[in-house]
Design a protein. Structure first.
Length: 481
């Protein structure tokens, strides 16, 4: 069974094509379930088949139980037959990142360390999905402690990009990125502390959102950390946000945001105050093909009447180094507690990267910690006048899958997060949409960021660009086997 869709949030968009069940959008699945044309069991079988076809190559899933997936789908189908679905998206498949707690399941955070902790309870995100009747397919892979921007892990081996297995997944939401690009269903939850949702987004042609701080409750809140969607379309990202962006007292960092409208129908941009930010002021230089693609996004906005104003750099290398050094110290604190026989089990790159943390004094660590506040102040101040800031996501396109980071030397700083990490520290939402391809076919994403609490409006602007981008920037999902 296939379905053709034309509405906002649908899979096929304006140039409708028949879409296989596993690749339907969440909205299309819901309509098909409601009409009885398709059942959650039909979709589950299609997704299970898709996983079995692509998973040996992609290695995107850490936990996957086809029998459990089928059982969830049967229960959802019964609810639809009874006219009592738990939500609009009851029966729609979704994955969750390995570090998002699922009761009774281990949470090794990508490392090969023995005896990984087993979650006693669900994370808030997991509870919201269960309450909505979403079919949880399993847990997606991540690199060791989430401190790499790739799919390289001491526990899982190498997760690979869905466009080309020779290319990185991006990380640390590595498996989520590949699962989304390969259409293991429409919805996928990742986490992000410096770019870990948006980097898989840009390197795998996805629509993704790092939400405003505290909008999506976490079971383990931490400065800069957020959970959010990775999907093939902005509509699917918005659908997932409608389920998980709900207050939960278990996360002490949540904020009392006004209710948001997650209708991802494209909204006009002519009245928006837009900035174009092409120089991060730190990290690696932006590759020419990426600069050209992001400038092209600004041109699309300008043609619609929103004239982008050039925004100069507001970060600097000292701040980026300070953040990197603080994270090294944080991970060294964990590494130092490991038994001597367990330390070699952590990926060598991560062990070497965090070892510098042993050399910093307490005063050094406090100074590095304060870099987070400095970045927050600078980012909010620099972007306060704008509704949307257009920028690259990363300065480089996807690198080899076997490489832990864009820069293969762990002694050097994280040169690829100069555009993404400011919005983790500031708490502002930042979305990605594919905006082009390199000459050799690697996806290029644009980052669209906005004021704190503007997540729904930002996604509508992203949906507008998605609907108005040139044909050359549209991912050819149908050609992705």
């Amino acid at each position: 069974m296939t379905e053709t869709a034309h509405e906002p949030g649908s899979t096929a968009g304006a140039h409708a094509e028949q879409v296989p069940l596993h690749a339907l959008s969440a909205a299309d699945m819901s309509r098909a379930f409601s009409s009885g044309a398709v059942t959650p069991e039909d979709v589950a079988e299609a997704v299970v088949a898709r996983i079995r076809d692509r998973e040996p190559e992609l290695n995107a899933l850490y936990l996957f139980d086809a029998a459990d997936v089928r059982a969830q789908a049967r229960a959802s189908a019964a609810r639809w037959r009874a006219g009592a679905p738990l939500s609009h998206y009851d029966g729609v498949p979704c994955t969750v990142k390995e570090n998002i707690a699922r009761a009774g399941h281990p949470k090794p955070s990508g490392t090969a360390l023995p005896h990984p902790p087993v979650s006693a309870a669900n994370a808030p995100v997991t509870d919201r999905l269960v309450e909505a009747g979403v079919v949880i397919l399993g847990s997606t892979t991540m690199p060791d402690w989430g401190m790499l921007s790739s799919g390289v892990s001491s526990r899982h081996g190498i997760s690979r990009g869905a466009w080309n297995p020779a290319w990185t997944t991006g990380g640390s939401s590595a498996g989520a990125g590949s699962a989304a690009a390969a259409a293991y269903g429409p919805l996928h939850v990742g986490t992000d502390i410096g770019g870990s949702i948006r980097l898989p987004g840009t390197w795998q042609g996805l629509a993704a959102l790092k939400p405003s701080a505290g909008l999506v409750p976490l079971d383990m809140p931490y400065p800069g950390r957020a959970a959010g969607p990775l999907a093939r379309t902005v509509g699917d990202a918005a659908a997932l946000m409608s389920l998980v962006a709900r207050h939960d007292m278990r996360d002490y960092s949540t904020r009392p945001y006004p209710e948001m409208d997650w209708d991802a129908a494209p909204a006009g941009v002519e009245q928006l105050k837009v900035a174009l930010h092409l120089d991060a002021g730190c990290g690696a230089a932006v590759e020419p093909e990426i600069l050209a693609a992001v400038q092209g996004v600004a041109d699309v906005f300008a043609a619609a009447g929103a004239v982008p104003e050039v925004l100069g750099p507001f970060m600097d290398q000292e701040l980026l180094d300070g953040l990197d050094n603080f994270w090294r110290t944080r991970s060294w604190a964990d590494f130092e507690l490991l038994a001597p026989e367990d330390r070699p089990l952590v990926l060598e790159y991560v062990a070497r990267w965090c070892s510098r943390g042993a050399s910093f004094s307490g005063a050094d660590t406090i100074r590095h910690y304060h870099c987070m506040d400095s970045v927050r102040q600078r980012t909010i101040s620099a972007t306060a006048a704008f509704d949307v800031v257009i920028s690259p996501v990363a300065p480089m396109a996807a690198f080899p899958a076997e490489q832990p980071m864009p820069d293969p030397d762990p002694d050097r700083t994280m040169s690829h997060i100069g555009f993404t990490v400011p919005y983790n520290m500031s708490g502002q939402p930042a979305a990605t949409v594919n905006c082009g391809f390199t000459a050799d076919g690697r996806p290029i994403g644009v980052q669209l960021s906005g004021p704190v609490g503007s997540d729904d409006r930002l996604l509508r602007a992203a949906a507008w660009y998605e609907a108005n981008r040139p044909a050359s920037a549209v991912p050819g999902w149908a050609g992705l086997r």
